[in-house]
Ligand binder design. Structure first.
Ligand code: SF4
Length: 263
């Protein structure tokens, strides 16, 4: 589920659209290569993305969908070598990304000891989705991703509840809450439900987020210096990349400290 850009035909830089904003210096439509994409499918400004006005690119994570589409779905033949496949690749990539994201979560469920009651269903869902990711481009493009997401989401909800049950006492429920800019420095959010919470620019400095369910929480520009995220559930690299932490932020072992965080 980890991105391997060296095995990808730069699909995130081709398939996805972006609009000129504080995240991107220019507009780009879906299916068109970014002007910074080199012939070898590497980014020409990779080391300077933030300085050049592309911080949005530094927070993106494809969960390994790029190399799967490039090497498996299209057999290692790039859209430069076979331009007639470019459109199909651009259609399949966002589908694959969503499927890989679900695989990431389901893999995590299988590693949660307290979620054992749902392990069998999680394994079955994981196998089904893994099989789908190996289908032909037409089958992938036609996949009913919202239905698959809804089914998996029920499982993830149960798994998150089982895992959070290890924290005794009253736990905060901020599911879907609007906490934009909230002052939560030092807050006790251990075992909290933060599913889909809007935590944009929230101050979570020194907050205790152990075993909190973080699925879908919007952490853009949230301050995480000194926060403890060990054991948090369903936190992704993309969420961390979008936040602002430092070397004192404690992370789950499966995630890495973003290079652009403060030293
Ligand atoms: S700026 Fe670089 S990383 Fe961002 S879309 Fe363009 S080529 Fe890709």
């Amino acid at each position: 589920m980890l991105a391997d850009c060296g095995s990808c035909f730069g699909l995130c830089c081709v398939a996805l659209p972006f609009a000129r904003s504080q995240d991107f210096a220019r507009d780009k439509s879906a299916g068109n290569p970014c002007q910074n994409l080199r012939d070898d499918f590497r980014c020409g400004i990779h080391e300077r993305l933030r300085d050049e006005g592309y911080p949005g690119c530094t927070v993106f994570d494809c969960f390994g969908a790029g190399q799967k589409v490039s090497q498996v779905t299209f057999g290692g033949v790039s859209w430069r070598e076979r331009p007639q496949s470019a459109r199909a690749m651009s259609e399949v990539f966002p589908v694959m990304r969503q499927l890989h994201e679900l695989l990431w979560y389901l893999n995590e469920v299988l590693g949660l000891r307290r979620a054992r009651p749902v392990h069998r269903d999680a394994r079955r869902a994981l196998d089904d989705i893994e099989r789908l990711t190996r289908a032909c481009p037409e089958e992938l493009a036609a996949a009913d991703v919202p239905a698959i997401r809804a089914e998996v989401n029920t499982l993830l909800l149960k798994a998150g509840e089982l895992e959070r049950a290890q924290v005794t006492g009253r736990k905060k429920n901020h599911r879907g809450a609007d906490l934009v800019g909230a002052r939560l420095a030092g807050a006790d959010l251990r075992g909290a439900n933060l599913r889909g919470a809007l935590l944009v620019a929230a101050d979570l400095t020194g907050a205790d987020l152990r075993v909190a369910d973080m699925i879908g929480a919007d952490l853009r520009d949230a301050r995480l210096a000194g926060a403890d995220l060990t054991g948090s559930v369903f936190l992704t690299q993309a969420q961390l990349n979008a936040a602002r932490g430092d070397r004192t932020t404690k992370l789950p072992p499966t995630l890495r400290r973003p290079a652009h965080w403060e030293a």
